[in-house]
Ligand binder design. Structure first.
Ligand code: I3P
Length: 126
């Protein structure tokens, strides 16, 4: 297994806007509420920012934290049946958080799906 160095851990692999809906927290179902999110993928985690990238960067100074998703042991799968929207996939974390991510643009959602799947697959499985 490849070892992820501290430097690699900090490197952003992909970032951009997607539609996001958190549908479960710690295994507890939540009411689905889609919103635009600025999404930052690094080797071990995904961060969801409610705001634009500019806003997210300025919030770093104020200590405002994004929602962070631990990719260790996480699952990713297409979730056609979970939405009336096209191009939806789901990420499920070990802690029982469930997120739907969506874009109307096929290549954008495909790129994200593969980037996140690759990140998960590169992490050691215990
Ligand atoms: C939900 C809202 C969501 C929709 C969801 C609705 O209604 O319209 O956009 O999900 O469908 O329940 P509300 O705003 O009143 O909570 P999709 O856009 O993904 O279809 P669902 O209940 O079938 O998940």
């Amino acid at each position: 297994k490849d070892v992820i160095t501290p430097l690699e851990e900090l490197m952003v692999e992909k970032e951009g806007y997607l539609q996001k809906a958190k549908i479960a927290d710690g295994g507890k179902k939540l009411r689905k509420n889609w919103s635009t999110s600025w999404i930052v993928l690094s080797s071990r985690k995904i961060e969801f920012y409610k705001e634009s990238k500019q806003q997210a960067l300025s919030n770093v100074k104020t200590g405002h934290k994004p929602e962070s998703v631990d990719l260790y042991g996480a699952h990713i799968e297409w979730a056609k049946e979970k939405s009336s929207r096209k191009n939806v996939f789901q990420i499920t974390t070990v802690s029982g958080n469930e997120f739907l991510l969506q874009s109307d643009i096929d290549f954008i959602i495909l790129d994200w799906f593969h980037a996140i799947k690759n990140a998960i697959d590169r992490l050691p499985k215990d």
